[in-house]
Design a protein around this ligand. Structure first.
Ligand code: 5AD
Length: 354
């Protein structure tokens, strides 16, 4: 097992059977060894720095109806909101002061936010905070829209692929959404020049080890600059209300595997990971993750952006409690960086596109 891990750490491409073997035998000593190798790579590439992103959840209106998601169109109980441009800029102002140099604009697929409004927003943020990166996480759009966002100054785009297995994709989404279209969006984003983020949920209903192997192979081949991996957590007003959540154990193990497969990847210890276990994010960092994304949204809307039950939005999770997060990271030997934290070699400002 150590040999497989060493080969992966050396940049070798493992066969599907070998990857399956790593997934099956993930207990005790193997697990510790995998995490140790993952940390070693993380240190080699990023030192002991952890990057922070200020997450601004600016709308919870969504035209999609994904079965797992609490802000799905059919959830009539969701209390919907949109932030104004002024409110969003106020989040950035507060965030900049706290030390954030990346703002992540995340929202449902909300038709109110036309390309004109989105590009206006990007330009306003870039004008006010030229030394900051802007990340978008607003779903599937046409190529021309992505091009307009990039031209307006957006640097990065998060669009989790959710599952790389077509049959599984169909179990998580209604028929109008397709894996083919999702992948097309991801290719467009990368091609346009965004630092692009893919990712998936661990333990989503219907997920098998075969699906996870598809995810790992997809990530290895697509080579995204960012990978978001968090446990599935049921939301009470969705068709998956009664389903079990994904586990901390498997999620953290997958973070370690992804760090070995993609040494330079920006890998968040997600909010969902912190939600299923109090020390979840620290465990994620110790497995190879190197990003945390505290919540910068105004206090009164935080509980409305409920993708799943019990989503944390205070303590280490809250941007205004950054000192607490710094403390938590420092207790495990890491330092929160005041830095854009671009993917190595991919910063537009450095002019060194990969
Ligand atoms: N549990 C965990 N993660 C979820 N997401 C959406 N719903 C849930 C849930 N119930 C994730 C999706 C999406 C990201 C913004 O949040 O992977 O891409």
């Amino acid at each position: 097992m150590h040999l497989l891990i060493d080969r992966l750490a050396a940049g070798e491409k493992l066969t599907r059977t070998e990857l399956a073997c790593l997934l099956e035998r993930r207990e005790g000593e193997h697990r510790d060894y995998l995490f140790a190798r993952a940390r070693e790579i993380q240190h080699r590439v990023f030192g002991n720095k952890v990057y922070i992103r200020g997450l601004i959840e600016f709308t919870n209106y969504c035209k999609n109806n994904c079965y797992y998601c609490g802000i799905r169109r059919d959830n009539r109980s969701a209390s919907r909101y949109r932030l104004t441009e002024e409110q969003i800029l106020e989040c950035c102002r507060a965030g900049y002061e706290l030390g954030f140099r990346t703002f992540v604009l995340q929202g449902g697929e909300d038709p109110y936010f036309t390309d004109g409004r989105v590009t206006g927003l990007i330009r306003a943020i870039k004008a006010g905070y030229p030394d900051c990166a802007v990340t978008l996480s607003i779903g599937e759009k046409g190529r021309a829209s992505y091009e307009a966002y990039f031209a307006a100054g957006a640097d990065r785009y998060l669009l989790r692929h959710e599952t790389a297995n077509d049959g599984h994709y169909g179990k998580l989404h209604p028929a109008e959404l397709s894996l083919r279209r999702r992948m097309e969006c991801l290719r467009d984003l990368k091609d346009i020049g965004f630092q692009t983020g893919a990712g998936f949920m661990v333990g989503s209903p219907g997920q098998t080890m075969d699906c996870i192997l598809d995810d790992l192979e997809f990530l290895r081949d697509f080579e995204p600059e960012m990978v978001g991996i968090g446990p599935f957590i049921p939301h009470h007003d969705t068709p998956f209300a009664a389903c079990a959540a994904g586990t901390l154990e498997l999620t953290v193990y997958l973070l370690g595997l992804v760090r070995l497969m993609l040494p330079r990847v920006l890998l968040p210890a997600t909010t969902a990971l912190g939600t299923i276990s109090p020390g979840g994010r620290e465990q994620g960092i110790l497995a190879g993750a190197n990003v945390v994304m505290p919540n910068l949204s105004p206090g009164d809307v935080r509980e409305k952006y409920l993708l799943y039950d019990n989503k944390i939005c205070t303590g280490n999770e809250a941007a205004e409690c950054l000192d607490q997060l710094r403390q938590a990271m420092s207790s495990i030997g890491y330092e929160v960086a005041v830095d854009r934290g671009d993917a190595p070699g991919h910063s537009k400002t450095e002019g060194s596109e990969l």
